[in-house]
Ligand binder design. Structure first.
Ligand SMILES: Cc1cc2nc3c(=O)[nH]c(=O)nc-3n(C[C@H](O)[C@H](O)[C@H](O)COP(=O)(O)OP(=O)(O)OC[C@H]3O[C@@H](n4cnc5c(N)ncnc54)[C@H](O)[C@@H]3O)c2cc1C
Length: 503
């Protein structure tokens, strides 16, 4: 490294899923690649490391799933039902949860490239397995519902391990404790590299292109307050502490156009005692509390505030976190009884789960910091409002309530069988929706919608895909689709520049 200056064809900022996909694809396309990661080695992997690994893509039935999980035997296949999830289903789901606001070009790209990207990931060593959180068993057959039957093998931990292994095999350099601090431009505002703080030393990396894949600004308290709202200062950060909007700041400094829902984010109800920022020793999304559609959610005043059964959790969990944040002390209690307890997701039964258990509702209320009489009244009123009907948690059963506000639209069972359980939750922010504008090639656009030559983005950095809410499993898929795309484009751009310089 002469005078702290090095050269690469492509610099990728970040080492999460989007960045690693970008780096691998740039390398496959002939570029010499450097990854810059701000975190130390033992905190590598970004938010992607913390995930459950659920990944949403379009597929044609079980045959398409067996292509990427070849370990499913013929015998097992006979007892598995995985309905086709068409590209049009995926697109409709995105539009449904974003209230039609998702950029149609980006959403179409995400959907149409999803399956080919999954196959590409598999060919690059990423393992997949069936997503046991999305199935119910009926008469000996395992029915997978909701278009999300697959997870990366061993969750986000496995995904990051496998992508890093591949990057290493391909000879991609990775610098840890290396924060990109500024983009370099030439006199035409074309990108010519990045300045890096490499463990306290400033290094200039010259390159034909830079891919920004360094996450959102969810771990930045001030940016959360500025863009999403003051109350967001109090949210727990579910993932990495390093996503503080560096990529947004660097991109805006060279004229990138802000894009998407800067006042929006993905957030969920998470264990009240979860770490304040993601603990790299406790990955796997173990603090989430997503079985609320089976029970009730009450605040400290003893009141309900959402329709717990409005839809399957995949379509509501990402917006109900925000509702919890609005409650007194940003706290709520998910309440269940013995009838629904066996159906709760496994996170509810881990040692890390905070839970109160009692033999009567009155005793349960005594344990909780709630307005006891209102808490009990709300539950009694709810019990009285529950309508008859066939209870079936595998479909929207329309077994609801009548005469209470908010209603519970599906899966309404009376809370009446001891023991009773209450899980305290608060709001955990997952990632921010606001980002920068990119073209169909993954190039970053300026305010005039012109490409900033040599600058690309992927993953949480891209704005315009998610608004209001998002269909579970789309974050990883978006990172992979747009990471791969940015890698192809960045490599082509840098190699062309090199060739032009020679001839
Ligand atoms: C607890 C949890 C569970 C989730 N579960 C799922 C799930 O099951 N399925 C799903 O699809 N999505 C899930 N998500 C969302 C998903 O994690 C993200 O959408 C996705 O991982 C984003 O990938 P990314 O590569 O853009 O960002 P990240 O994976 O966050 O990577 C960004 C990287 O950039 C680095 N960085 C930041 N600034 C700099 C800088 N200046 N210089 C160098 N490096 C920098 C960070 O350290 C980090 O390593 C979950 C998120 C969390 C937190």
């Amino acid at each position: 490294m002469a005078n702290n200056i090095v050269s690469y064809d492509v610099v990728v900022v970040g080492a999460g899923n989007a960045a690693l996909c970008a780096a691998i694809s740039a390398k496959e396309n002939g570029a010499n690649v450097l990854i810059l990661e701000k975190a130390p080695f033992h905190k590598r992997g970004g938010n992607s490391f913390f995930t459950d690994g659920a990944i949403r893509f379009a597929y044609k039935g079980l045959d398409a799933i067996r292509e990427i999980i070849p370990s499913i035997t013929d015998e097992e296949a006979k007892h598995i039902n995985i309905p086709t999830y068409e590209e049009s289903d995926y697109y409709a789901d995105i539009m449904k949860v974003t209230e039609g606001k998702s950029d149609s070009t980006l959403a179409s790209q995400l959907v149409s490239k999803s399956y080919e990207t999954i196959v590409w990931m598999k060919n690059n060593g990423v393992g997949f397995e069936l997503n046991e959180n999305q199935l119910f068993e009926k008469e000996g057959t395992r029915h997978f519902w909701g278009g999300l039957p697959v997870k990366t093998y061993n969750k986000g931990v496995g995904l990051i391990k496998q992508l890093n292994q591949r990057a290493e095999e391909l000879g991609i350099d990775i610098w840890y404790e290396s924060q990109a601090i500024r983009l370099l431009t030439n006199k035409n505002n074309h990108i010519s590299g990045a300045v890096v703080n490499k463990a306290g030393e400033e290094v200039t990396v010259k390159s034909g292109s830079v891919v920004l894949a360094c996450g959102g600004f969810e771990a930045n308290r001030e940016m959360r307050a500025k863009y999403i709202g003051e109350e967001w200062k109090s949210a727990i950060v579910r993932g990495t502490e390093f996503n503080i909007g560096d990529g947004h700041t660097m991109a805006l400094a060279v004229g990138a156009q802000k894009y998407g829902d800067w006042s929006g984010c993905h957030s969920i109800g998470t264990d009240y005692n979860a770490p304040k920022v993601g603990d790299f020793n406790k990955p796997g999304d173990i603090f989430k509390k997503s079985s609320f559609p089976l029970g009730l959610i009450l605040n400290k005043d003893g009141k309900r505030f959402v329709d717990e059964g409005a839809d399957f959790r995949n379509y509501t969990y990402a917006k109900y976190g925000k509702e919890v944040l609005k409650q007194p002390d940003h706290t709520a209690f998910q309440v269940f009884d013995e009838q629904n307890y066996p159906m709760l997701r496994k996170e509810y039964k881990l040692d890390e789960a905070t839970v109160f258990k009692a033999n009567t509702l009155e005793e349960l209320a005594d344990y909780l910091p709630v307005n006891k009489s209102q808490f009990l009244e709300t539950i009694y009123e709810y019990n009285a409002a529950v309508q008859e009907g066939k209870y079936d948690p595998s479909v929207k059963d329309h077994k609801g309530t009548e005469g209470i506000t908010p209603p519970k639209t599906n899966w309404a069972l009376r809370l009446e069988k001891a023991p009773f359980y209450a899980y305290p939750v608060t709001c955990g922010i997952t990632f921010t929706f606001g980002g920068i504008h990119t073209s169909e090639n993954g190039e970053v656009l300026n305010a005039n919608e012109e490409a900033i030559e040599g600058l690309y983005a992927a993953g949480e950095m891209i704005g315009g895909i998610f608004y209001e809410n998002y269909p579970g499993g789309s974050g990883l898929m978006s990172g992979a689709v747009f990471g791969k795309l940015a890698g192809v484009s960045a490599a082509a751009h840098s190699l062309k520049k090199k060739e032009d310089a020679i001839y």
